[in-house]
Design a protein around this ligand. Structure first.
Ligand SMILES: NC(=O)C1=CN([C@@H]2O[C@H](COP(=O)(O)OP(=O)(O)OC[C@H]3O[C@@H](n4cnc5c(N)ncnc54)[C@H](O)[C@@H]3O)[C@@H](O)[C@H]2O)C=CC1
Ligand SMILES: O=C([O-])CC(=O)C(=O)O
Length: 345
């Protein structure tokens, strides 16, 4: 019996993500929360002939606190794609003003109603919204760093797709053979492509210009979609796929299965309280606390992480990318942490 709650379930990501979750046989209850149309989406999905029972929860007005509590009660996994997406000309950081308080309030509700749930945060700017979630849970005295995940899987999905095109291999075969670490925006995103000898030998044959284009495309892939949608939002379908891929890993780990990939998917996590995380951060990350690294899951939580610098053959150039990423992450983390320090929960 697994209950999954999607907060922001009626949105561009929320709807296709909920569809994919409805198809997962492990899910016994799919609880959909949104401030609009959650009941409509739930009614629609409930006609699909899979076992998951779908419930829709939508506050009747701004004062109504029962809908969110009903949505979260007894849940094992909460996935959050709630908030506003970018329009052309905006950076993810520009979303902070609106999305920070949405994440703060949703996570406070999770901390009070479902403190043992695993939490997957999709809402941008992920580099700051995950620190917000951690601070809120700390303030409430229920923070379990093994169960808080910033969803950066879309960066891996893009890296696999774009590198597959470049070295002419089926992109699906690249899952678990390359890795993306760092954060989730622009130059905080660091693709690692020399992890396996087989792929590294193919990468060695591409030109410097093509490699640089590839890195830029993974780092700024989100902009491509924002531009193409021309005011109608950002990536939703590829994000729903990516979010589902990560959620499926969490669900299978709850069922006792381990990842079949050589390198598991990365997630943006709080390192200091994960075994070896504090030392890793001090040695390689100038003490930065949040960073996306491949995570090994067990029973719905982080069992351990893969140290890319020891296990994934990070090139000198990639080490340089990490140094650039750290500067961006430091300021986003501080912004998220300070926001909660100055907030009343
Ligand atoms: N982590 C990642 O890789 C990615 C993250 N995103 C982010 O995901 C977020 C959502 O994007 P879209 O689905 O395209 O946006 P959208 O606007 O289509 O959907 C957002 C949904 O959140 C709901 N919402 C707003 N406030 C809420 C609250 N307090 N509680 C519950 N629901 C609430 C809205 O009613 C709407 O249905 C954005 O912040 C976007 O930047 C988007 C793509 C990739
Ligand atoms: O670019 C955006 O704003 C949405 C996003 O995070 C992505 O597509 O990676």
């Amino acid at each position: 019996m697994v209950k999954v709650t999607v907060c922001g379930a009626a949105g561009g990501i929320g709807q296709p993500l909920s569809l994919l979750l409805k198809l997962n046989p492990q899910v016994s209850e799919l609880s959909l929360f949104d401030i609009v149309n959650a009941k409509g989406v739930a009614a629609d999905l409930s006609h699909i002939n899979t076992p998951a029972v779908v419930t829709g929860h939508q506050p009747a007005n701004k004062e109504d606190k029962t809908a969110i509590v009903d949505a979260l009660k007894g849940t094992d996994l909460v996935i959050i794609p709630a908030g506003v997406p970018r329009k052309p000309g905006m950076t993810r950081a520009d979303l902070f003003n609106i999305n920070a308080s949405i994440i703060r309030d949703l996570v406070a509700n999770i901390g009070r109603t479902a403190p043992n749930a695993a939490i997957l945060i999709i809402s941008n700017p992920v580099n700051a919204t995950v620190p917000i979630a951690a601070e809120v849970l700390k303030k409430l005295g229920v923070f379990n760093p093994r169960k808080l995940f910033g969803v950066t899987t879309l960066d891996s999905v893009r890296a696999e797709t774009f590198l597959g095109e470049l070295i002419n291999v089926n992109p699906s075969s690249l899952k678990g053979k390359i890795s993306v670490i760092g954060g989730h925006s622009g130059d905080t995103i660091v693709p690692l492509v020399n992890v396996t000898p087989e792929i590294a030998s193919k990468v060695a044959k591409i030109s410097v210009a093509d490699y640089e284009k590839f890195i830029h495309r993974v780092q700024f892939g989100g902009d491509e979609v924002v531009k193409a949608k021309n005011g109608a939002g950002s990536a939703t379908l590829s994000m729903a796929y990516a979010g589902y891929r990560f959620a499926e890993g969490v669900l299978s780990s709850l069922a006792g299965q381990s990842s079949s990939s050589a390198i598991p998917d990365s997630s943006y996590i709080y390192l200091p309280e994960i075994p070896g995380g504090k030392e890793f951060s001090a040695k390689y990350l100038r003490g930065v606390d949040f960073f996306s690294v491949p995570v090994v899951l067990e029973k719905g939580e982080i069992k351990s992480f893969v140290n890319p610098f020891e296990k994934l053959k990070v090139s000198k150039q990639e080490e340089g990318f990490v140094q650039v990423a750290l500067a961006g992450l430091e300021s986003s983390i501080a912004q998220g942490t300070n926001f909660v320090a100055g907030s009343k929960l």
